[in-house]
Design a binder for this molecule. Structure first.
Ligand code: 2IT
Length: 451
């Protein structure tokens, strides 16, 4: 058996109860074959893939907190510090009931390749909790964040590990966590967290960076396809921060977002989500913590709500952009998209939003599929810009940040398409992203000896 097969067999046995982690490891290792096979014995001797797939450190802790009625609760907190070969651990915190060790390890593993793709000096990490913010008051959120940080503080720092937001964690939560961190460590080290509000060290443009970055990636891809965002229709999923940023930039560039979704179903707005009132309402929906997309169609009569359904293959659009969470597009959704014949372009924005079966289906059918670890890297890139500004104790203008973000996304697009070409996988951006991301990490790991 090949080295990749041996390592996959070992991990499938050892981490058999971690389905999301296994899914991403299988995808990545399979696409690294052309690189590994060139020098297989060397990598085997160095246990390179065993080291690449094992987190450097893994922290799990109890998070006790008290709700507004005086009832105590206990949640599980995590921080996975996957790889620090190219920089301090970096990655978001997710507060969502589906969080568990497997989900944390999958997100941290993806993050390490994504961070490498940005070209910036950041390693990979991820954290969070199975805490559900839905329906919680501000006071409850604050107490939870303070309790979470009371454990997390020992593992983070500007040169050690810098968490940011993810699902369920925005500027408000990061602010509460930073306040608690500062009290415990007794120093103003605001580079220990990114995604902060602007008055205490946040970067302008961090809130829109993931969605804008994804749109800039599409712009770059469209140059090669001879298309423009202007006049193109987009079907998105989710209604959170990433979906909001993408919708804002797409509509600014003359494109039209016609669908978004939530846990309750999807909303179709044939007029487009393209006025400031509609776009701002997404923020209001998120801040309400109702976790309900039907609120949009209740407010805007141009929209129809479809309860309990996904928009995939049901909404006519030129581009499909999943912006919600993992495994959103499954094989049955992929087949429906194909049968309806709407769109041949899938732009992943959420982390791992397409199942492996659906990815294989799209690639076989000749779809253009852009992988999330490239497309959504603008968020973490801007987080690194925030770390840089904090370290220098100064702040950049919106124009400087946007220019850097633009350049980063264009570079990522060209690096992944070049890597695919270099290893004989031309046109396969999924493989290209894994190969380009891994290349730098592997070089860094090799340069630092067996560690
Ligand atoms: O998935 C992601 O890239 C994030 N949640 C953002 C990570 C970061 O450190 O900004």
């Amino acid at each position: 058996m090949s080295y990749v097969d041996d390592v996959l067999a070992m991990i499938e046995k050892r981490d058999a109860n971690e389905p999301e982690f296994l899914q991403t490891v299988r995808e990545v290792l399979n696409s690294l074959r052309p690189m590994i096979e060139k020098n297989e014995e060397h990598y085997r001797k160095e246990a390179l893939l065993e080291r690449l797939t094992e987190p450097e450190k893994l922290h799990e802790f109890r998070v006790p907190w008290v709700d507004d009625n005086g009832q105590a609760h206990v949640n599980r907190g995590f921080r996975v510090q996957f790889n620090s070969a190219i920089g301090p651990y970096k990655g978001g915190l997710r507060f969502q009931p589906s969080v568990n060790l497997s989900v944390m390890k999958f997100l941290a593993f993806e993050q390490m390749f994504k961070n490498s793709l940005t070209g910036l000096p950041i390693g990979g990490g991820k954290g969070g909790s199975d805490f559900n913010p839905k329906g919680r008051s501000d006071a409850e959120i604050m107490r939870f964040c303070q309790s979470f940080m009371t454990e997390l503080y020992r593992y983070i720092g500007p040169d050690e590990d810098c968490p940011a937001g993810d699902m369920g964690v925005g500027g408000k939560e990061i602010g509460y966590m930073y306040g608690q961190y500062k009290r415990i460590v007794g120093e103003y080290k605001n580079g220990a967290l990114s995604g902060k509000p602007i008055p205490f060290g946040g970067s302008v443009g961090r809130d829109t960076a993931t969605g804008y970055g994804a749109t800039y990636f599409v712009e770059e891809l469209f140059k090669d396809l001879g298309k423009t965002i202007k006049g193109t229709t987009f079907c998105l999923s989710g209604f959170g921060n990433v979906c909001w940023g993408a919708t804002k930039k797409i509509s600014e560039l003359g494109g039209k977002v016609v669908a978004i979704s939530g846990p309750d179903g999807y909303v179709y707005d044939p007029d487009g989500i393209n006025t400031p009132e509609k776009i701002d309402y997404l923020v209001e929906m998120r801040n309400s913590r109702r976790d309900r997309v039907q609120d949009y169609s209740d407010k805007f009569t141009s929209a129809e709500f479809h309860a309990g359904q996904k928009a995939w293959g049901r909404v006519n659009a030129d581009v499909y952009m999943p912006c919600a969470m993992q495994n959103d597009i499954r094989i049955e959704d992929a087949k429906r998209i194909d049968e309806e014949g709407h769109s041949k372009i899938i732009i992943e924005v959420a982390n791992m939003p397409t199942t492996q079966e659906a990815v294989d289906f799209f690639l076989e059918k000749g779809y253009i599929l852009a992988p999330s670890k490239a497309v959504n890297a603008g968020g973490v890139a801007c987080s690194e810009f925030e770390m840089s500004q904090n370290a220098m104790k100064l702040s950049w203008t919106a124009e400087e940040v946007d220019e850097k973000l633009h350049r980063t996304m264009a570079n990522i697009y060209h690096n992944i398409t070049d890597a695919a070409k270099k290893y004989g996988m031309e046109g396969n951006m999924v493989a290209g992203a894994n190969l380009a991301g891994a290349d730098k990490i592997i070089q860094a790991m090799e340069g630092q000896g067996i560690c």
